[in-house]
Design a binder for this molecule. Structure first.
Ligand code: RB5
Length: 150
C-alpha cells in the first residue's frame, strides 16, 4: 500500500509523529508537504492528495490541518474521493467498513498524538465490507459524484 500525505502549517506537528507510525508499520508513503510552519493554504494540499488518490497512483491518503476539516473538504472536492475527518476510533473503523473512505483527515488542534495514532491504526487495519448494502450505498455515492462533478 502506498499512502499520499500532506498537511498545512497547522497540521504539521501531528503529521510528523503519524509518519513515524507509518514507518513502524512498514507502509510506503510520500509526504508532499508542507515541510515547515510558514502559513500555507490547506485547499491546495487537500486537492493535491485528492488527485494522487483519485488517479490511482496512491491507494490511500492522509491529511492534517488545524481541525482536519478544511483540508478534507478540499480533498472531497476531487471526484473519486471519500475523505473523512475523525476524532474517534469508532468513526475511523466505520469510515472504512461501511463507507470505504480513501482519505483520513486529522485535526492537530483537536486530537493528541496518542489518540491520533489509535485512529490511524484502526483506519489502516479496517477493510471495507465488500458486497451487500455497503457496496450498494458507496456505489450510490460514486454515482452522485459522477453526475455532479466533471
Ligand atoms: C489554519 O489556521 C486553519 O484554518 C486550518 O489549518 C484548518 O483548520 C482549516 O480547516
Amino acid at each position: 500500500m502506498k499512502i499520499a500525505v500532506a498537511s498545512d502549517h497547522a497540521g504539521i506537528d501531528l503529521k510528523l509523529p503519524m509518519l513515524e507510525v507509518l514507518k513502524e508499520r512498514g507502509i510506503e508513503f510520500t509526504d508532499f508537504g508542507t515541510h515547515d510552519h510558514n502559513s500555507t493554504d490547506y485547499p491546495s494540499w487537500g486537492e493535491l492528495v485528492g488527485k494522487k488518490v483519485a488517479s490511482g497512483e496512491y491507494e490511500k491518503g492522509l491529511l492534517f490541518c488545524g481541525t482536519g476539516i478544511g483540508i478534507s473538504l478540499a480533498a472531497n472536492s476531487v471526484k473519486g474521493i471519500r475523505a473523512v475527518v475523525c476524532s474517534d476510533v469508532f468513526s475511523a473503523k466505520m469510515s472504512r467498513e461501511h463507507n470505504n473512505c480513501n482519505i483520513l483527515s486529522l485535526g492537530a488542534r483537536v486530537v493528541g498524538v496518542g489518540l491520533a495514532a489509535e485512529i490511524l491504526n484502526a483506519w489502516l487495519d479496517t477493510d471495507f465490507e465488500d458486497g451487500g448494502r455497503h457496496q450498494r450505498r458507496v456505489d450510490m455515492l460514486i454515482d452522485i459524484q459522477d453526475e455532479n462533478m466533471k
